[in-house]
Design a protein around this ligand. Structure first.
Ligand SMILES: [Zn+2]
Ligand SMILES: [Zn+2]
Length: 93
């Protein structure tokens, strides 16, 4: 009753898939404006608000439009507000 029949399967190994289409990815360096931290001198990105290394404030928020402006700026480039004025924090909800 134990009839084991070995069926010979003719497996066809003729289809070799070779992925010849390799996309040439040219690594283009992203143009990120890097600057040096005025305190520790480590490279920080231009859009950083605070230096992640030493915590020095690199940008401040414009008192008028609220956008991040450079601490070296005298006038806000977005709304034209005078940034040389002493920052008088008025808690105004
Ligand atoms: Zn720093
Ligand atoms: Zn502004």
């Amino acid at each position: 009753m134990c009839g084991i029949h070995h069926h010979q399967h003719h497996q066809q190994h003729g289809s070799h898939t070779s992925p010849s289409s390799s996309p040439a990815t040219s690594q283009a360096t992203p143009a990120v404006a890097t600057r040096a931290c005025p305190n520790c001198g480590r490279p920080v990105q231009g859009d950083y608000i605070v230096c992640p290394y030493c915590g020095t404030q690199l940008k401040r928020s414009c008192p008028q439009c609220g956008r991040a402006v450079d601490v070296d700026w005298n006038v806000c480039a977005y709304c034209g507000a005078d940034l040389t004025a002493p920052a008088s924090e008025t808690p105004e909800p």
